[in-house]
Write a protein that binds this ligand. Structure first.
Ligand code: UD1
Length: 341
């Protein structure tokens, strides 16, 4: 016996996935986690059970296996939606391993859509990225900003999955889809029990900062200070991961109210841009620490400045950020100090 409140969360042990699992439970949904832990850790599930005070349902399977994913849908009779996070996400790695990125990220999207068709599940929330906008003419982007030709195989897989979602809806399959275009997720759960777990040397700014302050890395390199911005460093829209997670719940609530097939993109950002140096200095101030950094060369492929116009998500999904960038940087440092080896 199960109520019709089950949500399949592929990549549910990952960074954004794990925080979304918590928000789903808070909102009265029953998450069903699918993760093969290739880019996460099994102990994250213990932490999730602890935070939610539940014994969460977990399937350790690869999302590119149609047989295994179908079995999850066959086992659970109350599935009403899917949040599809499971994907490779490192831009640099995707340039070195394009086939691996296409094979994994696109196959898993196909598998999810096939399973949804077979088992008559209509609601899908897909993890997309602001990377689809490339280097925009105007740094503030809304959902009408044109999609650019992808700069990396990673970006190409996001664009391809968005297009596939649109085509699947046009094909007549009963589907209601939100394409959530994330800006830069940072921060961690306020409990300090879950957060970002980069494997090896972090690519992203905030985990690099926290590891540097912890002494795991010697020095942060700021990738370029000769951009056409106020302090010369790149500008991004950094959003607290718990706010991002909450947007997934709001997206599901909105999809449930739609009476016919739909496929809508939404920008998920704060609407405010911050420079790399602002992030470093805010991190130092809120945590009362020093970040050892140097200015280095530009990183190839970096966009100079981009931030979200998130009015559509604010108005249509009734979603609003609760946390500041300073809160997020405090929570990131709290988490870094709580990670077990
Ligand atoms: C990239 C991708 C984005 C993806 C995200 C998560 C693009 C344009 N963006 O975001 O789609 O979802 O990764 O993996 O491909 N920086 C430093 N030093 C560092 C690390 C970063 O100065 O050691 C700077 C970067 O130059 C950038 C900012 O910090 O200006 C943020 O970088 P990062 O955290 O890597 O995210 P993006 O590149 O914005």
């Amino acid at each position: 016996m199960s109520a019709n409140n089950q949500i399949v969360v592929t990549g549910g042990a990952g960074y954004i996935g794990s925080h979304t699992v918590v928000e789903l439970v808070n909102a009265g949904y029953e998450p069903i986690i699918i993760d093969d832990f290739r880019n996460s850790k099994e102990w994250i599930i213990d932490r999730l059970n602890d935070i939610t005070n539940q014994s969460l349902k977990v399937y350790t399977v690869d999302c590119t296996s149609q047989t295994d994913i179908d079995k999850v849908f066959a086992d659970n009779k109350g599935i009403v939606g899917v949040i599809h996070f499971a994907a490779y996400k490192a831009v640099g790695e995707s340039v070195a391993e394009p086939v691996m990125y296409y094979e994994n990220n696109i196959t898993s999207m196909c598998v999810v859509l096939n399973a949804m068709k077979k088992f008559n599940v209509e609601q899908l929330v897909f993890s997309s990225s602001c990377t689809v906008y490339g280097e925009p003419d105007n740094p503030i982007v809304d959902e009408h900003t044109p999609i650019q030709k992808a700069e990396s195989p990673y970006g190409a897989t996001k664009i391809a999955c968005e297009q596939l979602a649109q085509f699947a809806v046009q094909s007549g399959q009963a589907l209601k889809i939100c394409l959530l275009r994330y800006f830069n997720p940072i921060g961690a759960h306020p409990s300090g029990k879950i957060g970002e777990l980069p494997q090896g040397i972090p690519n992203n700014l905030v985990p690099y900062i926290t590891q540097t302050v912890k002494g795991i890395r010697e020095k942060l390199t700021v990738f370029g200070d000769d951009y056409n911005t106020a302090d010369g460093t790149c500008i991004r829209d950094y959003i607290h991961v718990v706010d991002l997670a909450d947007a997934h719940v709001k997206a599901l609530n909105w999809l449930a109210k739609q009476s016919s097939s739909v496929c809508e993109p939404f920008n998920l950002g704060t609407g405010k841009g911050s420079s790399v140096l602002e992030i470093i200095h805010t991190f130092e101030n809120v945590n009362q620490v020093k970040v050892n950094y140097q200015i280095g060369d530009r990183r190839p492929g970096d966009v100079e400045q981009i931030w979200a116009n998130a009015a559509k998500a604010n108005n249509v999904l009734n979603w609003h950020c609760k946390y500041t960038m300073a809160d997020a940087l405090k929570h990131s440092w709290n988490w870094e100090q709580n990670i077990e080896a």
